[in-house]
Design a protein around this ligand. Structure first.
Ligand code: DX5
Ligand code: ZN
Length: 219
């Protein structure tokens, strides 16, 4: 099963409802990048803004928290109604408890790894997770180049999921996903794909979501 999650980071923020309407029929989840200008050098949606987007979005929201204090705040995004809440392992001092709090609010829980964080750091936490996010760029900005050298890490995560978790855990990649790069990520074992600029810079974003899905399913 392939899931495509358009990121609205670089969509037209002055008319988000219209932007979201362009992709909601074709997409599985709406990827919401939350940045605090501390964990990453960029600032995006506040909790209040996120809540409004979550409430108004016609499809489930996949919140990706790039913030320094997920142990305090991650569960609030679940409480606000996000279907999935992903936080960075690098920012958490109690990932087990934070995962349990997110699940306690009824959301799926994901943990993200920056490019320099090895997959081995996550292996002991797999039982608490519904999704693993392997970043394929340094988090912070859309429109960066896909890091093909992350594919061994994706393959390592896929092997672990298949061996011990019966494929129930989604394996997401985020950063530089396009028609040119999605096959590599799919071949390495990813099943859930975030795409920002590839989708919203396309003439017809909804058709691009379909094309990305088709391309990923061929690999
Ligand atoms: C980057 C964000 C991504 C970003 C992806 O830190 O996590 O979700 O929006 O954008 P593209 O697809 O343009 O690399
Ligand atoms: Zn993201």
């Amino acid at each position: 099963m392939i899931r495509i999650c358009p990121s609205i980071l670089n969509a037209d923020r002055s008319n988000l409802a219209l932007e979201i309407a362009k992709i909601s029929k074709e997409s599985d989840l709406l990827h919401l990048d939350v940045m605090d200008n501390i964990f990453v050098p960029n600032m995006t949606f506040s909790l209040e803004e996120s809540r409004k987007i979550i409430e108004e979005a016609p499809i489930p929201v996949d919140a990706h928290l790039m913030i320094i204090d997920p142990d305090v705040k991650a569960h609030l995004y679940a409480k606000a109604g996000a279907a999935s809440v992903t936080f960075h392992l690098e920012a958490s001092s109690n990932p087990e408890l934070t995962s349990q709090q997110i699940r306690g609010e009824g959301a799926r829980v994901g943990i993200a790894l920056k490019p320099n964080t090895p997959f081995s750091t996550l292996a002991p936490l797999m039982e608490f997770l519904d999704m693993v996010l392997i970043m394929t760029v340094e988090p912070g900005f859309g429109g960066q180049s896909f890091m093909a050298n992350m594919m061994p890490k994706v393959a390592e995560a896929r092997a672990e999921i298949d061996a011990k978790h019966l494929g129930k855990i989604w394996l997401q990649v985020d950063g530089g996903i396009s028609l040119e790069t999605i096959s590599q990520a799919s071949l390495a074992g990813a099943d859930t794909f975030v795409a920002g600029s590839a989708v919203f810079k396309a003439g017809t974003p909804g058709e691009m979501v379909d094309s990305l899905r088709l391309q990923a399913s061929k690999s």
